[in-house]
Design a protein around this ligand. Sequence first.
Ligand SMILES: Cc1cc2nc3c(=O)[nH]c(=O)nc-3n(C[C@H](O)[C@H](O)[C@H](O)COP(=O)(O)OP(=O)(O)OC[C@H]3O[C@@H](n4cnc5c(N)ncnc54)[C@H](O)[C@@H]3O)c2cc1C
Length: 445
Amino acid sequence: MASTPSPHIPSSILIIGGGVFGLSTAWALCRRPEYKNSSITVIDRLSFPATDGSSIDSSRIIRADYSAAVYSKLAVKALERWRTDFAPEHYHQSGLCVTAAGPEQKYVTDSLANVQAIGVDKIEVLGSSEDIKRACGLEAASPNGGGNVGYVNWSSGWANAEGGMRWLREKVEKLNRVKFVVGKVKKLQIHHQTNTVSGAILEDSSEIHADLTILAAGAWSASLIDLRGICKSTGQALFYMPISPSEEAKLSKNPTILNLSNGLFMIPPAKGLLKIARHGDGYINPTTIPHPESTDPNETITVSLPYTHVNDPNLSVPIEAHRECRDFLSSIHPSLAVPSRPFTHSKICWYTDTRNGDFLITYHPKYKGLFVATGGSGHGYKFLPVIGDSILECIMGRTPEDFKDRWKWPEERVPEELWKGDGSRGGPVGMVLEEELRKSGKARL
Ligand SMILES: Cc1cc2nc3c(=O)[nH]c(=O)nc-3n(C[C@H](O)[C@H](O)[C@H](O)COP(=O)(O)OP(=O)(O)OC[C@H]3O[C@@H](n4cnc5c(N)ncnc54)[C@H](O)[C@@H]3O)c2cc1C
């Protein structure tokens, strides 16, 4: 059971991580009168924007299309903000086509039922590859490309992810309430005798003390507390291809296409770049580190942690992902997948997965003064306008009823190989980054 929230308003709050979860929480804190006397510090290991953080990229899908109705409802609230007063210049409502290569993809039917129940009237149900080709403006129809069953929700869209984050960061900076610090947290300040956390110790050995520490370090959270069996960092492949202004003008009118059977998707291009990526099980990167909660310096744990272009500027994405993304492009837009049009860059971006795709937004069950806001599970970005308010409700002991069971600290740790996920992932399973890099003729540093 999670410990009960502290009844008092903390006089100092430290947020570790300045991504979607951390920044939106800081924004919510600034706007609440109860916290007007609390000092708020956000620390990130990189200066803003943290280029390997999951919140920073050219684009993220903004959709209410969920198989779980509670997330559809929350996403509708976020969408209303994206359309109106939250960085609307970074939001593009070009639609989302959710497909599968066969009727077995339950997520598609569940999500269709949810958006229909919400009353979204801009839905077009698609019963064949040819229908999908027409609705998405594809050059070719195939189950492995566009899929052969699905629907378009014309009221979903995508956002320039970095643009949205910059917009919010500027807004928060203008409020002059938050101290932004660049520094890497090495350890939480844990007092084992009282099971209390009172801030963080940085890599340079300096300390930041806080009444309340909010851990929002995304896929790196597992390096600061023991999240084995609760959260797992998985690397996802992304590729980018330059395209001409006329190609961009044509393609940008089309919806994003997401084939849930193989996890492959294409977001409409912007600023001369087309993005192809995979929403899959991803790569794990088992890493042995000192146990973050142990008093014994020799005790270690092995957890999957991000390995990014910040660790190795020459890191490239394994060849199997390149092949899959290339084949996908070739089956939907063959004229773009010719040898003279290579992907010019790629990256691995890290999800913080939970066993069922739910976020983890809760007090730590053992340590007083520690709150955890992570577990984005590859779908947290769209909630940027609203998630901070929800996190703050949880901090104040008022977790929204819909999410009480979903966001709580799990009662037991479940071995990662038994996790079922949220049913939205496609493509290969069980891949280890180092092995895939080796097969690609690349070694990890
Ligand atoms: C490839 C990819 C595609 C996605 N697509 C979508 C999508 O289409 N739609 C959608 O809604 N969501 C999507 N998501 C999910 C969404 O981007 C994430 O859920 C969200 O950005 C998570 O935010 P975060 O704050 O938890 O993590 P992050 O943005 O990673 O922030 C964590 C921050 O903590 C910092 N940090 C880590 N360790 C330390 C430390 N020790 N000390 C100090 N700072 C530290 C990091 O530098 C980082 O800036 C996608 C994610 C990825 C990776």
